[in-house]
Design a protein around this ligand. Structure first.
Ligand code: SF4
Length: 264
């Protein structure tokens, strides 16, 4: 084993053993495979970072083994754009032999790549933040909505797929349309709220208007809209925590996030 591999492995083990002091192994691991991305999303800090040395395939496998030994059972890959890694199929294959494995992609390369990776994924998330031109504007590259939809249509032939949508101040009025898009494509939709990173455009939504969107999504969920992934309890906890000052129970032992160099 090379020196760099030893350092990476030691670093992962140290992070895991410090989490182990909680006596609860992390259940889910999230791993950014790289920061490089072909899109230029306004709210995203990651494409603005230079990728330094990425973990090699061998180092990725060592890290996955260490996570499995520690008791992780769900592995989620993201980026940057993970499908830009040439060895993505091998990384996913190694992960799928150990974990329930999911991937988040912007969908640009999905139509061509879905067949390659389908056997090594349990779940696929494709990011869509608006309908048509709005998505393209937020994502910074014309044609990205069309590519993502084409990718979803191809991937659903093989895999369970969800749209992953980030609610920002510029797209919050389209949340319902995104749920309808999911329904028309036969996929579910997962929502998260934009976070304002210091190195990206500030896109988090106005609190009062956001409340209306969250309450509408909760209502749709109660009416049995099958495509919304988040539970009623999740929406209620967020609303109660943000607008009624109920304490939010943080469960740090449930996840570990690993950057492209194997740190967390
Ligand atoms: S697709 Fe994802 S990683 Fe790429 S710029 Fe957008 S948010 Fe960032």
């Amino acid at each position: 084993m090379g020196l760099f591999q030893q350092v990476v492995l030691r670093s992962i083990r140290r992070q895991l053993s410090s989490l182990g002091s909680e006596k609860r192994p992390p259940f889910i691991a999230g791993h950014k495979l790289l920061y490089t991305c072909n899109l230029r999303c306004k709210m995203c800090p990651f494409w603005r970072r230079q990728d330094e040395k990425l973990l090699s395939l061998e180092e990725e496998k060592l890290m996955l083994k260490a996570l499995a030994d520690f008791g992780v059972s769900f592995m989620g890959f993201e980026g940057g754009e993970p499908l830009l890694r040439r060895d993505i199929k091998d990384i996913l294959a190694a992960s799928h032999s150990l974990f329930h494995t999911s991937l988040v992609t912007n969908g640009w390369f999905l139509k061509e790549r879905a067949r390659d990776i389908k056997d090594y994924l349990d779940y696929l998330f494709v990011s869509i933040d608006g309908i048509g031109e709005l998505h393209d504007r937020l994502r910074g590259i014309p044609g990205s909505f069309k590519k993502a939809v084409e990718g979803i249509k191809e991937a659903t032939k093989y895999l369970p797929v969800s749209i992953s949508s980030t609610i920002t101040r510029e797209n919050m009025h389209q949340a319902e349309e995104i749920v309808e898009l999911g329904r028309s494509l036969g996929v579910s939709v997962s929502f998260q709220v934009a976070y304002d990173y210091s190195t990206a455009d500030k896109m988090s939504p106005d609190a009062q208007r956001l409340r209306g969107v969250l309450e509408r999504l909760l209502e749709m969920k109660k009416q049995g809209y099958p495509p919304i992934v988040e539970s009623k309890e999740y929406f209620m906890s967020v609303i109660n925590s943000w607008y009624h000052n109920d304490p939010w129970e943080c469960k740090p032992w449930l996840t570990i996030n690993i950057d492209p160099q194997g740190g967390s």
